[in-house]
Every structure is written in structure tokens, then in C-alpha cells.
Write a protein that binds this ligand. Structure first.
Ligand code: ASP
Length: 345
């Protein structure tokens, strides 16, 4: 299947072959993402980034990815500053913006939004989060992170135990991730959440139908044992009509819990942002210097993954290899003071 010209609205679009093709390309683009090499395959192309909901990582990394490919970016954030505040439909906005650019990245608080938008333009649209629906580019970077982490650890993806923890009802990143995980073989997927925030039934059924072992639990301390991957998520407070009840202490993934129940080579992930306010019981900051914590390797991986996706959607993949040249500007040997020794250059 070719991704060229396609709207990327759901992670369902990607089967295992497609994922492996994308990861091979993303591996090639890691030095470009790190500022060690340069490519200009999208010189002259324009991306429009429309974020009608809060974002730090997704917007900046999509924009950086497009810029690192040599393209240009035009963007708007919030609805207050666009004509949507004057009653313009998303379909009209889509037709207009499609005339200004070659690719659109869009985030919106409503699930249906991305479908209405993409239906009104033939310019490829990438879903950067549609309410509690999906977040396919986050799931792609999460899978690319697993591809690199398991490569380092000498493990394969098949047969692993994956624990997804937190607000699995509203967490769009885990919805998209579930669909990608099911493309592999023989996984045990433990969905660990407060009872009222469980993974939607159709995703549990999809995983079971594709031959995976599915466990549903509200006990992280038990479900995390022997897990190859712990994927924690934030309580999606913005999706509740009333004030949400915070996670109980059981859902606080901190150094004490990890030391007690996790294996020495577990990969600990989170799509971020983590809620670091006291009482939030999210992924704790006392794990920052634990090399098992992969959250900033995940964010770094967002750039090559999104570069690979944009290059594929705009049909310039075959030009990349011959276009690469060495960059000459300064870059530190490693980005964060807590970066794991194996992650330093
Ligand atoms: N950044 C992710 C998202 O936009 C996760 C989160 O907000 O909790 O869905």
C-alpha cells in the first residue's frame, strides 16, 4: 500500500509491513532529526498546522519534522483567532486551507471533526488528535520507540507483555496504540485502569480477535509484574463533564513501585504531558534518572517518525537517501542531563 496522498486519520491504516517500512525510513532520518544531517526533499512544500486544542509536543514536533525536511510551515492555534469564531464550518475552513498548503495537520476537541475536515479537501490531512478518539502519529512514534528500545535490548516485539495504565477510556493515544499493537503476534495486553475508565470494548475485542491475550484489571502493582512495557497515561481531565475523581495512590508509578515490581529491562513510557501536581498520581518525576524511563526518547522519536510519515504521504521517500548531507552547526553530545548513558552520542 502506498501512503502517498492519503489522509492519516486512524492508526488502523498501518499494517505490520507498513510499520516496518516507516521505521526503516525513520531510522534513516534520526541523524536529520538530531541536527547531524540535512535533507531538503520538501523544499517549497508548505504544511498548515491547525491546533484547535492545547498542544506542545505534537504541534512543535510536526512543525520541526516538516521544517527538517526542508518544507515551510504556517500555523494557527485556538478557535478564537480563526474564522471558526465567526461561524465558519470546518468543511469551509478545510477547503480554504487546502488551497494554501500541501499537507494539513489538525487537532480538534471533537471526535467527528477530523472526518468532517478531511472530507472537504483532497490535500492530505493528518489527525493530530480528535477529542477522545485517536492520535495516530503518537502511536506511530510509540511503536517506533519500542522498535528502537527492543532492538537495543535484543528483544523482538512478538510475544511481549504490554501494560497500558490509566485513563484508557478517554486516552486517544492508547486507542491508536491498541490498533498498532494488534498488528504483532502473541502479545499479552494488560489494560489497567480505574473500573469506570476502562479501554473501550471494541478495542479489547479487536485485540482478542487478532489472537492476543487481553487482561483487564484495576491493580497496577499486579499487572506491571513481568511487563516488558509499562505505558502510563494522564487522567484526561478535559474530557469529563463534571470534576473527575483523581487516580488513587495505586496508580502512582514511582520509583518505589518500579523497584518493587518491574523487571530490570522494562521500558517505561508515557505520551506526556504527565501531571506532576501533587495528588495527581501520574508517572512520578523520581524516576527521571532511571534509564528504563523512555519518555524523552519517545519525544525525540516524534521527529523522525513524523518526518517519515510526511515524506511518505507527500511521495518523496525515494529522494531522501541521496539528498542527505552532513550538518555543520553545534549540537550538544546529549540533550538532557538525565539522558541514559546508552542514549548519549
Ligand atoms: N499529548 C497526548 C494527547 O494529546 C496525551 C495527553 O494529553 O494526555 O492526547
Amino acid at each position: 500500500m502506498s501512503l502517498t496522498g492519503k489522509h492519516i486519520l486512524s492508526s488502523d491504516l498501518f499494517d505490520r509491513d507498513e510499520l516496518e517500512r516507516l521505521f526503516e525510513l525513520a531510522d534513516l532520518l534520526v541523524p536529520v532529526a538530531r541536527g547531524e544531517q540535512v535533507t531538503r526533499v520538501l523544499e517549497g512544500a508548505v504544511m498548515a498546522s491547525l491546533f484547535f486544542e492545547a498542544s506542545t509536543r505534537t504541534r512543535l514536533s510536526c512543525e520541526s519534522a516538516f521544517l527538517r525536511l526542508g518544507g515551510a510551515v504556517t500555523s494557527t492555534t485556538g478557535t478564537g483567532v480563526t474564522s471558526i469564531s465567526k461561524g465558519e464550518s470546518l468543511a469551509d475552513t478545510a477547503r480554504v486551507v487546502g488551497g494554501y498548503c500541501d499537507l494539513v495537520v489538525m487537532r480538534h476537541p471533537e471526535v467527528q471533526s477530523i472526518h468532517d475536515f478531511a472530507g472537504a479537501t483532497n490535500v492530505p490531512v493528518v489527525n493530530a488528535g480528535n477529542g477522545a478518539g485517536e492520535h495516530p502519529t503518537q502511536a506511530l512514534l510509540d511503536m517506533f520507540t519500542l522498535h528502537r528500545e527492543f532492538d537495543r535490548l535484543g528483544k523482538s516485539m512478538d510475544g511481549r507483555r504490554i501494560a497500558l495504565v490509566g485513563d484508557l477510556l478517554h486516552g486517544r493515544t492508547v486507542h491508536s496504540l491498541m490498533k498498532l499493537l494488534t498488528r504483532y503476534e502473541g502479545l499479552t495486553i494488560a489494560c489497567v485502569s480505574p473500573a469506570e475508565l476502562g479501554m473501550p470494548a471494541e478495542l479489547l475485542e479487536l485485540a482478542a480477535a487478532r489472537g492476543h491475550q487481553v487482561e483487564v484489571s484495576d491493580k497496577p502493582a499486579i499487572a506491571l509484574r513481568e511487563a516488558d512495557v509499562v505505558y502510563a497515561t494522564r487522567l484526561q481531565t478535559e474530557r469529563f463533564a463534571d470534576k473527575p475523581v483523581p487516580y488513587s495512590d495505586d496508580f502512582r508509578i514511582d520509583r518505589a513501585l518500579v523497584e518493587r515490581v518491574c523487571t530490570a529491562d522494562a521500558v517505561i513510557m508515557h505520551p506526556l504531558p504527565r501531571d506532576s501536581r501533587s495528588g495527581s498520581n501520574d508517572l512520578a518525576t523520581d524516576l527521571n534518572s532511571d534509564p528504563r524511563l523512555a519518555i524523552f526518547r519517545q519525544t525525540d522519536n516524534g521527529i523522525p517518525t513524523r518526518m517519515a510519515l510526511f515524506a511518505s504521504v507527500l511521495g518523496v521517500v525515494d529522494e531522501i537517501r541521496s539528498s542527505l548531507r552532513t550538518a555543520s552547526w553545534y549540537r550538544p553530545a546529549f540533550t538532557g542531563p538525565d539522558d541514559a548513558p546508552f542514549y548519549r552520542r
